[in-house]
Design a protein around this ligand. Sequence first.
Ligand code: TYM
Length: 336
Amino acid sequence: MEATTAAPKKRILSCIQPSGIPTLGNYLGALKNWKTLADEFDGAFAVADLHAITVRQEPAQFRKQINDVLALLLAIGLDPDQSILFIQSQVPAHSQLAWILNCYTQFGEMSRMTQFKDKSQSHADNVNVGLFAYPVLMAADILLYQADLVPVGADQKQHLEIARDIAQRFNTLYSPTFTVPEPYIGKQGARVMSLQDPLKKMSKSDPNPKSYISVFDAPDVISKKIKSAVTDSEGSVRFADGKEGINNLMAIYACCTGLTNEQIEADFAGKGYGDFKAAVAEAVIEELRPIRERYERYSNDKAYLKEVAAQGAERASRVANRTLQKVMKKIGFVLP
Ligand code: TYM
């Protein structure tokens, strides 16, 4: 009988910044998909701590946040023996490739990045070069692992496009070196909006804590925040233009229950927003409950987190260094 060899699994990579407690937006837009895709693909997932220092971080708090986000990756069910789970700064190839790719990226391209424009407004006192070059580091994160697919929320789409442009440019200039990555943006939950201003993205850096749900919020806090979410005066649960608050709650509910908008509309026909909000709160609480419980366990086990990070950094470095060596050779660096 002829031996059949299975085709190698495709690679996915994604990262999350440890710049505060992750929100329901991070979870529904990205983390939940990571968990689903990790079984089907070769996954690499990182705590993007190098990205987080584009904004000032208080050292003790920063250290805690990095560990907490690593604990969260375990809590959502990622298995460190299956996927590569690592802390970005523990794999030096990210900084090395980012520098190289800076020299293959144009000033004009970076100036057009909407996130840079937004952040330079919100941090006007610290518009540093790292903030400007941030998408190049993100391209390095992705290209080092030859990722086929990058599961992200809709806000990262522009950064993904730049990563693709940089990869294609390098491949054309030398010879095929990088896999050109595709974004994976879920149909529901790709853009979870603020509960207080549904025209704005839900964000952990929002000064109003009522605008976001943190993945570690207690059930009564989640209920209160959803109860006070901004809606409209129509009073009917349906997805439509001009009903951004309800649309957002429907998207959140759909992600947590697997129901379609049509099913949700049918279930809540003739019922008011009070009933709907209570159901959304319940669904979010049940979705986050097991994560919060597992997180408590992992975040207190510092020795285990250290072990996971060390193992992850070693596995990640093996993959990343292979790409870095290839790149350096093509450019003409003298390798040791
Ligand atoms: P970050 O840390 O801001 O967010 C992590 C992931 O969560 C998604 N997300 C959302 N999705 C839906 N609704 C929201 N309100 C919402 N807010 C955040 C983000 O799209 C992201 O997928 N630059 C990245 C981190 C990064 C990265 C990478 C991602 C660094 N290197 C390489 C992919 C590949 C960021 O700041 O994500």
